[in-house]
Design a protein. Structure first.
Length: 262
């Protein structure tokens, strides 16, 4: 059995198990009633402020001004968010603003389309880390994924992973809105195989964002230890809480302040 046949077999098994679990919840009347204590990431949220350490406070708009980036950093410090997530241009600025605060600097690579050449992504990654980035959120080659070119997707993931330091947190953005469930499973399997720390749902720029269905499917695919970042369209505490309950261990959102204030 070659690699593609093995991945296809595993994918079918994951989808089958996921559908069986979903069906069981529906027939027993507990669909969408998972509590936070049931989160496979082991996260328990008793109040909105408990979410703060799991939030990547995000501003990726192309027209973001320096004053807005400065405010983003100040809010991240005030509310003890995990990181700020910004475009590569702002990495060095945020690194200086956040030095010694405990708030990490997260940036994006190959954003938002994922269609850059792997060498360009790798260079972008190295430069971002040199500028002070602690975490790299890279967009996978979505076109290759849709074409069934699994090797290309894996090679692309691997080239960015090699460009990182041992301490760099890596997240693979699989853009769930554009993929079938089978493709989502394969993308997650590849990211896990290459050694990424997280799989991430969305860029927020492709017309759709995180869903409970996708987060639960991703969790079933990668198992209990790998990180899952739910991002895109998460605007309030209830939405964020649902993502955590489904298995997310990080929330990417521009509504962090609103979320932690309930």
């Amino acid at each position: 059995m070659n690699q593609e046949e093995l991945i296809t077999k595993i994918t079918q098994e994951v989808i089958k198990r996921f559908n069986e679990i979903t069906h069981t919840k529906e027939t027993t009347g507990i669909k969408n009633k998972a509590t936070l204590c049931e989160c496979e990431g082991g996260i328990i949220i008793n109040s909105p402020m408990d979410l703060a350490p799991y939030i990547d406070h995000t501003l990726l708009k192309p027209d973001a001004k320096q004053s807005q980036i400065e405010q983003l950093c100040q809010e991240a410090i005030q509310y003890h968010f995990c990181s700020v997530c910004i475009q590569p241009f702002w990495v060095s600025y945020c690194a200086k603003k956040l030095r010694g605060t405990g708030v990490k600097v997260c940036t994006v690579v190959g954003f938002p389309l994922g269609a850059n050449d792997s060498r360009s992504k790798a260079y972008e990654t190295r430069q971002a880390i040199e500028d002070g980035a602690h975490e790299i959120d890279m967009v996978i080659n979505i076109g290759a994924m849709k074409s069934g070119n699994i090797k290309m997707v894996e090679d692309d993931l691997r080239s960015i992973k090699r460009a990182c330091r041992q301490t760099t947190i890596t997240k693979a953005i699989i853009e769930t809105f554009l993929l079938t469930d089978d493709e989502k499973v394969i993308a997650c399997q590849l990211a896990k195989k290459v050694g990424y720390d997280f799989v991430k749902t969305s860029t927020g720029f492709a017309g759709g964002g995180a869903t409970v269905h996708d987060v639960a499917l991703m969790r079933r695919t990668v198992g209990p230890k790998m990180g899952i970042k739910a991002a895109g369209g998460i605007h309030n505490f209830e939405e964020a809480k649902a993502m955590i309950a489904a298995g997310a261990t990080r929330i990417g959102t521009s509504s962090g302040v609103k979320i932690v204030n309930g």
